[in-house]
Design a protein around this ligand. Structure first.
Ligand code: FAD
Ligand code: MG
Ligand code: MG
Ligand code: MG
Ligand code: MG
Length: 551
C-alpha cells in the first residue's frame, strides 16, 4: 500500500488506508458530506473512497431523480422508480463510508464541528442531537422552496421539491376529482374543486401543468365523464412570459400550445395572498382579483435554508442572499468548507479587480507595455481564470486577441503596437458584463460534485504538480484549475408527447422527436440499472394501460 501523503505545506492531504507498516498516528482525513441530492451524491460516487474517511449526513436516506418528479405527480412514473437508497450507492463503491439519517442544524467552522439532529426520536440525552468533527466539510444541502413571504402559501399550497411533495400532489388531484363528483355539490362548488392553479411559469411549473393536462385529458376524462368539462388549469406567472430562461421560440411555442390546450396562462399577474378557498392575484390593470381554487402548486423559485443563513452570518456573508464560494467551490473566508449545488453560488472574480495584476504578470520583460505576444502567452491562463473573457470575445465575434486589442487601441492596423495599461484596461473594460450566475439545476450540481471529487482524488498529485492558472497576489497557490461548467442543453416537456429542447449552440427543437430524445436522455441519466428498468417499465405501462387514478 502506498502512503500517499505527508506534505509540508499543510492544506489538503490525503492518506492511504492505514496499514500496520505505516508510521504511527497516520489517519485518513475526515470528509463530512451534507446532503444526498444531485451534488452530494455525484460527489460521493466520484470520490476515491480509499483516500478518506467519509461521513454522509442527510435527512433522507436516498437520492431522488428530480427531473422526473413532475411525472410522479400524475402517476406517469412511480415514486419508487425515481429514488435510489444512498446506502446502496455507497455499498456499491465500497470503502470507508458512514451514513447518518439526520439533519445538520449548525455549522461551527471555528471548531470544525457540525451539529446534527436525528429525525428518528431521541437519544439518552433526550434530544436526538449529536456532534460530528470534520477535516473537510462539503455542504450540498440544496435549497428550500421560496414563498417570498406571501401570506397563506405555506398553509394552503403544495410545493414540488421532494418525492413526498409529488405523492401529496397526486393524492390531492384525485381528492379534488372525487370531491367534485359528490352528489351534494352544486355546479359552482364542483368548478372550484376542479380549478387547478400552478403559480410560477418556470420549467417545473410548466412541466407540472402539462403533465396534469395530459392526465386529465388522457385518463381522467374517461373516468369522470360528467364533470370533465368543469376542469380548469391556470398557470400564473409574474413576468411577461413563461419559460423565460429558454429561447424565445420555445417560450412562444409553449404559450401557444398551452393556449390551444385550454390551459389559462396568466402572465403579468403576481399572487399576493392565498387563503383556503381563493387565490388573490394582482395586475396593474385589473387590481386584485380573487379566484376560487381546488388545489394550488407553488413553484416560484428557491431560497436559502435557515441554518445556511446562520452559517453565512458567522462567516461574514450576512449581506448576501446565497452562500458564496470561489471558483474552486471553497466557501469564502472559511477554511476547508466547500459548497456545491443549489445551496451556493460561485463568486466569479472580475477581470477589472485584478487588471493591474494581470498586466504585471503578463509584462514579462517589465517594459511597462504589453506586446501581442505577451498577451498571447498568458491568454489561455486568462481564459481559465476568467471565463468571461472568452464569452465576451464570442459574443462580440472577436476572432482573436488582435481583435480585442483593437477595441482597446481604437486603431485598426498594426498588431505589433504595444498596449499601455490604460489601453489594456480599455480593451477588457466590458468583459465582466459576461459574468453570470449558474442556474440552479441538477446539471450544475452534478458537475460541481464531480469536479470537487476529482480535486479531492488528485489532492496529493496536485500538491507536487499544480495545474492552477495565473495567481493574483495574496491568493496562495492554486492546485487545480477552477470549476468550469459545460452546458449540455435543457428540456421543457410540454405535454401531449411534445418536448422543447434547447441544446448548446442555440439549437432548438420542438415536438415529438424531441420527446423521444427526452425519453432516451432521461433513461440514460438514471443512477442505476434498477431505476432505469423501473422508469422505462413505468413509461411502457402508461402507454399501454394509462395512468393509475386511485389515491
Ligand atoms: P438537492 O438535490 O435538493 O439535495 C439536497 C440534499 O440535502 C437532500 O438530500 C436533502 O435531504 C439534504 N438536506 C437538506 N437539508 C439538510 C440538512 N440540514 N442537513 C443535511 N442534509 C440536508 N434540474 C435539471 O437540471 N433538469 C431538470 O429537468 C430538473 N427538473 C427539476 C424538477 C423538479 C420538480 C425540481 C424540484 C427540480 C428540478 N431540477 C432540475 C433542479 C435540480 O433538482 C436541482 O438543481 C438539484 O437537485 C440541486 O442539487 P443539490 O444537490 O444542490 O440539492
Ligand atoms: Mg446534494
Ligand atoms: Mg436531488
Ligand atoms: Mg449553485
Ligand atoms: Mg512588455
Amino acid at each position: 500500500v502506498v502512503v500517499l501523503a505527508a506534505s509540508s505545506g499543510g492544506g489538503l492531504v490525503a492518506y492511504a488506508d492505514s496499514q500496520p507498516d505505516q508510521p504511527q498516528g497516520f489517519k485518513k482525513k475526515k470528509i463530512v458530506v451534507l446532503g444526498t441530492g444531485w451534488a452530494g451524491t455525484t460527489f460521493l460516487r466520484n470520490l476515491d473512497s480509499k483516500l478518506y474517511d467519509v461521513q454522509v449526513i442527510s435527512p433522507r436516506n436516498y437520492f431522488a431523480f428530480t427531473p422526473l418528479l413532475p411525472s410522479v405527480t400524475c402517476g406517469t412514473v412511480e415514486p419508487r422508480s425515481v429514488v435510489e437508497p444512498i446506502r446502496r450507492i455507497l455499498e456499491k463503491k465500497g470503502g470507508d463510508f458512514k451514513f447518518w439519517e439526520a439533519e445538520c442544524f449548525k455549522i461551527d467552522p471555528a471548531n470544525k464541528k457540525i451539529h446534527c439532529r436525528s429525525n428518528m426520536g431521541t437519544n439518552l440525552d433526550g434530544n436526538g442531537e449529536f456532534l460530528v468533527d470534520y477535516d473537510y466539510l462539503v455542504v450540498a444541502v440544496g435549497a428550500r422552496s421560496n414563498t417570498f413571504n406571501t401570506p397563506g402559501v405555506t398553509e394552503n399550497c403544495h410545493f414540488l421539491k421532494e418525492v413526498e411533495d409529488a405523492q401529496k400532489i397526486r393524492r390531492s388531484v384525485m381528492d379534488c376529482f372525487e370531491k367534485a363528483s359528490l352528489p351534494y355539490l352544486n355546479e359552482e362548488e364542483r368548478k372550484k374543486n376542479l380549478h387547478f392553479v400552478v403559480v410560477g411559469g418556470g420549467p417545473t411549473g410548466v412541466e407540472f401543468a402539462a403533465e396534469l393536462h395530459d392526465f386529465v385529458t388522457e385518463d381522467l376524462s374517461k373516468l369522470y365523464p360528467s364533470i370533465q368539462h368543469l376542469v380548469k388549469i391556470s398557470l400564473i406567472e409574474a413576468a411577461d412570459h413563461i419559460l423565460t430562461m429558454f429561447d424565445k421560440r420555445i417560450t412562444n411555442f409553449a404559450e401557444d400550445k398551452f393556449g390551444r390546450d385550454g390551459i389559462d396562462v396568466k402572465t403579468g399577474y403576481k399572487v399576493v395572498k392565498v387563503s383556503k378557498d381563493a387565490i388573490t392575484m394582482q395586475n396593474p390593470a385589473t387590481g386584485d382579483i380573487a379566484v376560487p381554487y381546488g388545489m394550488a402548486v407553488w413553484s416560484t423559485g428557491i431560497g436559502t435554508r435557515p441554518f445556511v443563513v446562520d452559517f453565512m452570518k458567522q462567516i461574514g456573508q450576512a449581506n448576501r442572499r446565497v452562500l458564496a464560494t470561489d471558483e474552486w467551490l471553497r466557501v469564502r473566508e472559511c477554511d476547508d468548507v466547500y459548497a456545491v449545488g443549489d445551496c451556493a453560488t460561485i463568486n466569479q472574480r472580475r477581470v477589472m479587480e485584478d487588471i493591474s495584476e494581470i498586466f504585471r504578470v503578463a509584462d514579462k520583460d517589465k517594459s511597462g507595455t504589453l506586446t501581442v505576444k505577451e498577451i498571447q502567452d498568458i491568454l489561455e491562463d486568462i481564459y481559465v481564470r476568467y471565463p468571461q473573457v472568452k464569452l465576451y470575445m464570442k459574443s462580440k465575434q472577436l476572432n482573436g486577441i488582435a481583435d480585442l486589442i483593437r477595441t482597446g487601441k481604437g486603431d485598426t492596423e498594426k498588431e505589433s503596437v504595444e498596449l499601455s495599461i490604460e489601453e489594456f484596461k480599455k480593451a477588457l473594460s466590458l468583459v465582466d458584463s459576461q459574468v453570470k450566475n449558474l442556474p440552479a439545476t441538477a446539471q450544475v450540481a452534478a458537475q460541481q460534485g464531480q469536479y470537487l471529487a476529482t480535486c479531492f482524488n488528485k489532492m496529493q498529485a496536485a500538491e507536487e504538480n499544480p495545474e492552477g492558472p495565473i495567481r493574483i497576489r495574496g491568493e496562495g497557490r492554486h492546485r487545480f484549475n477552477p470549476f468550469r461548467y459545460r452546458h449540455l442543453g435543457q428540456f421543457a416537456p410540454l405535454g401531449g408527447e411534445q418536448t422543447a429542447a434547447q441544446l448548446p449552440g442555440d439549437w432548438v427543437s420542438i415536438g415529438h422527436s424531441s420527446q423521444w430524445l427526452w425519453y432516451s436522455v432521461y433513461a440514460t441519466k438514471q443512477i442505476s440499472w434498477r431505476t432505469r428498468a423501473l422508469v422505462i417499465s413505468d413509461w411502457g405501462r402508461r402507454f399501454i394501460f394509462g395512468r393509475d387514478s386511485s389515491g
